[in-house]
Design a protein around this ligand. Structure first.
Ligand SMILES: [Ca+2]
Ligand SMILES: [Ca+2]
Length: 263
């Protein structure tokens, strides 16, 4: 709680610095240019590069990132997607950061100002979202299934699965491991999925029910777990989501015993 409060106070202080700086003009460092771009990794790393005409170490440069169209005059704490400050001791100052997963879409405005910095400048950047899509078939509620894309640096993006089993994962351009799953089912993995088009379709897949232990195999451990909970109400084992672990699950598990997905 204290930690969160102090973070909020810090953000407020930095925000005030921005506005103060935008009004104050002393012996100033001039901003020659501001450029912002989004990298193609799953984390969608953002770089803001500011070129200064007359850098001075005593001067502080502040960068503020908000969703495009946000009015600065009525700025709220929650509007601030990123804020940071650096000493202007070189002609080039680069800020590198990532936005929260949920914010990695659309267009953002970038404002750069600072203490002793002449006229503030702004620019913007946009996420070029790609979609990994496909269809999952399961016995029960498909919306309980998961579709997750993970990049080489282990950053994961959760997709959404609709009631009809269609799923979509919005990612940046890059290469991903895609894992489809649902509690009680053997997860399906697609390695090296290249998201390099607006939509990449992985096609339809029927998930194999029976991996209750979620260890990538449908075997005796799972059978034992099912029998131990027969006629019980263990949500993770209830493949058809009807509130009971019974013959449907047993039949499915035995039908898929030692099964794997065809490559
Ligand atoms: Ca298992
Ligand atoms: Ca059931």
């Amino acid at each position: 709680m204290m930690k969160k409060l102090s973070k909020i106070l810090l953000v407020m202080a930095l925000t005030l610095t921005v506005f103060f700086a935008m009004m104050a003009v002393a012996s100033a460092a001039t901003i020659e240019s501001v450029e912002a771009g989004v990298a193609a990794d799953a984390g969608r790393t953002i770089s803001v590069t500011v070129e200064y005409g007359s850098p001075e170490a005593a001067q502080q440069s502040t960068v503020l990132v908000v969703k495009s169209g946000t009015a600065l005059a009525t700025l709220q704490d929650s509007d601030i997607k990123y804020i940071d400050q650096e000493a202007v001791n070189d002609t080039t100052v680069t800020y590198t950061f990532k936005l929260l997963e949920a914010d990695r879409q659309g267009t953002y405005d970038v404002y750069v100002g600072g203490t002793g910095v002449d006229a503030p400048e702004d620019t913007s950047f946009s996420f070029d979202t790609k979609k990994i899509i496909g269809t999952i078939t399961v016995l029960g509620d498909a919306t309980k299934a998961t579709a997750v894309a993970t990049d080489a640096s282990n950053v994961s993006v959760n997709g959404t699965v609709k009631a009809d089993g269609t799923y979509a994962i919005e990612v940046g351009q890059g290469t991903y491991k895609v894992v489809l799953g649902k509690a009680g089912y053997l997860y399906k993995t697609y390695e090296n999925v290249a998201a390099n088009a607006a939509e990449v379709n992985l096609g339809a897949i029927t998930l194999l029910g029976g991996d209750l232990s979620n260890d990538g195999a449908i075997d005796f451990t799972d059978l034992q777990a099912l029998l131990n909970n027969y006629r019980g109400n263990v949500a993770e084992y209830d493949m058809n989501d009807d509130g009971v672990v019974d013959f449907t699950e047993l039949q499915t598990l035995l039908g898929n015993y030692r099964a794997n997905y065809a490559e």
